[in-house]
Ligand binder design. Structure first.
Ligand code: NAD
Length: 258
């Protein structure tokens, strides 16, 4: 495939390497400021113009939450597959879905492109449903990240906690802070540690009086995110070519990994 990259920051560089590793041509690296980008642009319209001129079969967008919507609005009507990694626009998903439908574009989005994390979500969902059948088992979520991370809990920990609560009707409330009294049975403790350079660890504990089960996902580096976005592009492009996917649709990891 000929792939254009919108955004040539940390992820853009890793996606370029992943795309080349998978045998694709990266025909443009487009950014508003990165000095090593092949083209610098100052607007979403310019971005779309560059993508069109470079003859890309698809575009992967990892820029900034303040730019992503304008970029989506400019890129989707071009009718080539658009894979979006930038986060922070989910409240506009309905608007974007309508635009994709009306303009016959195709868009893939995910807040986490790691295949491993998405598989972990499925394991947690199944495990939580299994364990919820036995009241002697309690459940909790713990995550650790590097000291540069500004927010806690992580978005991934929140997603994991939501999956547990969907699978276990006995857990109805997440508690993020320290407990100053005994936890209630309906409370799901989601705790965070910030330490050193940990790239991201998430553990789900199922605990009874006689044993503990721990499910842990450990990130080694962000290359898995880059590779996942390239795989999403391949999946979308191939699906549109062979007719298993249709234009005018918005897709996510659940569709790809089903
Ligand atoms: N979905 C996922 O799996 C996933 C994984 C990692 C990061 N992200 C998200 O992807 C985004 C980028 O992450 P990053 O680590 O590469 O950030 P980064 O800051 O290293 O790079 C972003 C780049 O986008 C450029 N940019 C900003 N606005 C632009 C615009 N309008 N047009 C073109 N280029 C523009 C910046 O100049 C910068 O070079 C963030 O929102 C981050 O949260 C998502």
């Amino acid at each position: 495939m000929k792939i254009a990259l919108a955004g040539y920051g940390k992820m853009g560089h890793m996606i370029e390497a992943a795309a080349k590793f998978r045998g694709h041509d990266v025909v443009a690296t487009i950014d508003i400021s990165a000095p090593d980008a092949s083209v610098r642009v100052s607007s979403a319209a310019e971005l779309a113009d560059v993508v069109e001129k470079c003859g890309a079969d698809g575009v992967i967008e990892f820029t900034h939450p303040t730019s992503v919507l304008e970029n989506i609005r400019a890129l989707v009507p071009m009718e080539i597959p658009v894979v979006v990694g930038t986060t922070g626009w989910m409240e506009k998903l309905d608007e974007v879905t309508s635009l994709v439908k009306s303009s016959k574009g195709s868009l893939f989005y995910s807040s986490n492109y790691s295949i491993g994390v998405n598989m972990f979500y499925r394991m947690v969902k199944n495990a939580a449903a299994l364990m919820a059948q036995y009241e002697e088992y309690d459940v909790a979520v713990w995550e650790a990240h590097h000291r540069q991370k500004a927010d806690s809990p992580s978005g991934t920990a929140l997603d994991i906690a939501k999956l547990i609560m969907e699978a276990n009707p006995g857990k109805t409330e997440m508690i993020f802070d320290a407990f100053h009294e005994k936890p209630q049975n309906n409370q799901l403790h989601v705790s965070s540690t910030r330490i050193g350079s940990v790239p991201g660890t998430h553990t789900v504990y199922f605990d009874s009086a006689v044993d503990t089960i721990e499910l842990t996902h450990t990130v080694r580096n962000r290359e898995g995110l880059a590779m996942g976005s390239v795989r999403a592009m391949e999946w979308l492009f191939a699906g549109l070519e062979n007719g298993s996917l249709t234009r005018g649709q918005t897709y996510n990891m659940d569709n790809m990994l089903s």
